[in-house]
Design a protein around this ligand. Structure first.
Ligand code: AR6
Length: 164
């Protein structure tokens, strides 16, 4: 099942939340900053031990002080106009994150809109890619949650799901 919610992903009681990280995995702004603040300093230590993550891939750590048991860190592409391999890289973020979740017996997982903040990926295109991958995997999870930070983002996802 795919569920769309609006709010702060750090409050969600799911097995895993996904972080929109950068290749250093050493934290940043946006959802990455919020997740590090809520998880506590142990998360940064765990990320340092991993030593980075290429764009389009995913890495897993515990959630530490978060309600979620796990954090899956994925690195979305920076939007450079769309002809620099951005769509397959964004798709790969979702597939790698969900494959990592399956490897860890994760049954419920929540995603933010990877790359749609600082990285500038157009929201409509990004949402189409996200939902396409989620549809492919949903039977293997109790729920896949789309966590929208704004009401506009939630409306976009609700509309896309309605018109499927
Ligand atoms: N809960 C849910 N969604 C959120 C939250 C939150 N607490 N905060 C922001 N969003 P962004 P990116 C939404 O910029 O574009 C960081 O500095 C936000 O509205 O966090 O992948 C990293 O370290 C947007 O829809 O991630 C990287 O350097 C979405 O999360 C870089 O930003 C993603 O916005 C990654 O950029």
């Amino acid at each position: 099942m795919i569920r769309v919610v609006q709010g702060d992903i750090t409050n969600l009681h799911v097995d895993a939340i996904v972080n929109a990280a950068n290749t250093t995995l050493l934290g940043g702004g946006g959802v990455d900053g919020a997740i590090h603040r809520a998880a506590g300093p142990a998360l940064l230590k765990a990320c340092k031990n991993i030593g980075g993550c290429p764009t389009g891939e995913a890495r897993i750590t515990p959630g530490f002080d978060l309600p979620a048991r796990w954090v899956i860190h994925t690195v979305g592409p920076v939007w450079r106009g769309g002809d620099q391999g951005e769509p397959p890289l964004l798709e790969s973020c979702y597939t790698r994150s969900l494959d990592t979740a399956l490897d860890h017996d994760i049954r419920s997982i929540a995603f933010p809109g990877i790359s749609t903040g600082v990285y500038g990926y157009p929201k409509q295109e990004a949402a189409g890619i996200a939902l396409g991958v989620m549809r492919h995997y949903e039977d293997r999870f109790e729920e896949i949650v789309v966590c929208c930070f704004t009401t506009e983002d939630k409306k976009l996802y609700d509309t896309l799901l309605d018109t499927e």
